[in-house]
Design a protein around this ligand. Sequence first.
Ligand code: B3K
Ligand code: ZN
Length: 869
Amino acid sequence: PQVIRREDYTAPAFLIETVELVFDLDREATTVTSRLSFKANPDRATGAGDQVVLDGEDMKLLSVAIDGTALAASDYQVDATSLKFNAPSDQFVVEIQTRISPVNNTRLEGLYVSQSAYCTQCEAEGFRRITYFQDRPDVMATYRVTINAPRDSCPVLLSNGNLVSSTDLDDGRHQAVWDDPFPKPCYLFALVAGDLACVEDSFNTMTGRDVALRIFVEHGNEDSCDYAMDSLKRAMKWDEDVYGLEYDLDLFNIVAVSDFNMGAMENKSLNVFNAKYILAKSDTATDTDFELIESIVAHEYFHNWSGNRVTCRDWFQLSLKEGLTVFRDQEFSSDERSRPVQRIKDVQRLRAGQFPEDGGPLAHPVRPDSYMEINNFYTATVYQKGAEVIRMMHTLLGTKGYRKGIDLYFERHDGQAVTCDDFVRAMEDANGVNFDQFRLWYSQSGTPNLVWNGEYDAKQQTYRLTIEQKTEPTPGQVIKSDLQMPIKIGLLGRDGDELLAQTIDLTLGKQEFLFEDIAQEPVVSFNRDFSAPVNVGTTPSHDDLAFLMGNDTDAFNRWEAGQKYASDLLINAVKAFGQSGNADEALGDVDAFCNALRATLTNDDLDKAFRAQAMILPGEAMLSEQLQPADPEAIYQVRQAMRRKIGLSLQDEFEAAYRNNASNDAYSPDATSAGQRALRSVALSYLAATGESVFVDLALEQYRTADNMTDRMTALMVLNDQDHPGRDEALADFESRFASNTVVIDKWFSLQAMSSRTDTLAQVKKLMDHPAFTMRNPNKVRALVGAFAMANQRNFHVADGSGYRFYADRLMELDDLNPQVAARLAAPLGKWRKFDEGRAAKMKAELNRILAKENLSRDLYEIASKSVA
Ligand code: B3K
Ligand code: ZN
């Protein structure tokens, strides 16, 4: 496959100013008629020529006409990916008719059918599967869309912008015409048609306009939209309050569909969502589901400005909209919920997804330099690290300075397709700063490693902090430069007093900072709030870590100290386990750590959601990242042993936490109630870890009496790893209770795929034949097959390689149906460098088997070939 390079960007030779589309919907054969008004681009490259090249794939071309005259076959060339003809002049109108087959579209890109409804997904390059077009984000046009469809099966007809007219036609068909006054790139085009129920509300904007808000769902789900609707209204208000950004049309639609390649899509005024991120009721959704719905609804809404009004010049600039919008949704959630807990979760996600990516074969900069398939670059690096880069600018400039930069950015670039560099320039110009060095965050891949050293001078009362930074080479990028980053630090006295709190500006490879008037030797709280997205190699003494767990005034670093302490104990034990084969012995005495945990657990000044987070040990995958080679079985055994020790040591406190956090009130998804449930869940899970059967019985009791999905899932998660009749009872109950709910039944698939029991792979294979399972639905594949590889380290990496083989077979099967989803699931096999020779060889063999597959997609080829290298 061809490699597309950022440095090869050229402006389009022609612009398209208006687009008129007519859809005659039919499941097998939909006709699309487009009328495009072209104009030579005044900024075109010299020598651009007068050939017009339009992208198009998987369609039948019915006709082409220019300025009203049909072209003869000799006047144009059409092949598998394009349509070419010569421009007659500087301004002309092209009419194209194509035929497509929505029902046969298993890739779920372009126009397809989900359940009984038609819907579209055009980002990144799906529009070229609907009609021939210049499918690139820097071609922005206004759209008028006419939809003709049967009235009975498609009473609802939606597209972007405002509804201009609705008309009844002959033959039981009807027509809707939509007009979107805002110029947009074609990736933001959307169409939905079907028999859907509608939930309606409204929002009054800061200038007093009423916006109609509608959520469309399958019939029967009308009662599951309240939280999504409430989240939308809060997001709209937040964007006005914090960014001064108002919604710009009189209508905002959301549609929930069951078949969707990712989470959701920000099409102008017609967001399309994976149903999983809209539908929620107390008995069907967990606290985490509610949280995700809130943040994704907000994320897609925020794109209306950061993405739609100002969009990307080319796909290398993807983080321009995604990094910024993730930062915006993270801050929204922080304001709506507990800020430190939100930060902890965001950092966990960064560490779990982005750090391994940045240290592995698929490492790439936040603004990539090349790609084969752009859909492979909707990554944790572009999204999560991109958000960290925006966050650092926010920290360096302060809230006011950041807002000045944002205001200038939107004022300068509204209606344009721009670059990451344009964003940074707006920040610089609005604040009179120079971000030349800071820009490296966009071009340099790899996670920087920081090491710090402190020296206290009792006589001078000074503290000298020396920080060194280093970034390891990544594929294709051997030489690394020093980055600029804000490091928040605190110096704490032994009595817990904060002697100093400051943000320092690190710019050198090795840099010294001198702090004066420090009356006693301090304990250092480093990189507070995770102000820079780096690894910190310095591990303070266990005493200092325990002290920070109990005394740091920065809540994030309290949690961080506990994670560091636990990691240190666990990593050392995994190494010792190799010799003894006895996890308890390998761990040794962990009383001091347990005491530090106890102090947190019982500290009523701390919020419950925070305390629950602080009890959770670093995950198995996280521990793997710190070991070379990583032994998945040893990691599993040691972590379990540690959980048992903690459970036994804190048994009284966990029992009290379990009892005292029961609630008699009706379920409410708010953050405080969720925190209370989280603490109770953590208690139950540690109690069960003691191995006492009374606590497994307690879990079964909780399952039976649960009146909300959070409590039900917590109990089921505990039972899921047990060899206990209660496990079968609860799983069977769950299955029959939620058999008809396609969103909820995915939890049941995932749970079984994530079980630590050694019969898990056999179970997963069996579940593939379950009537509710299908390889055609991405949620199902992710829930069962994806969860097995991505969230069950012990079983995926079982030494005989059976997990790898099963997984590679599924990826190849999926590749023929939906290459985009297949490629996005392929990363686990690329982690072979982390494991022993036996496992590594088996993983590589599977990657090679994939590479030898006939008709391998460009998507999966790119991931597999880079992973094996
Ligand atoms: N912009 C979409 C993602 C599109 C992914 C295409 N493969 C959702 C989002 O980030 O908001
Ligand atoms: Zn986004």
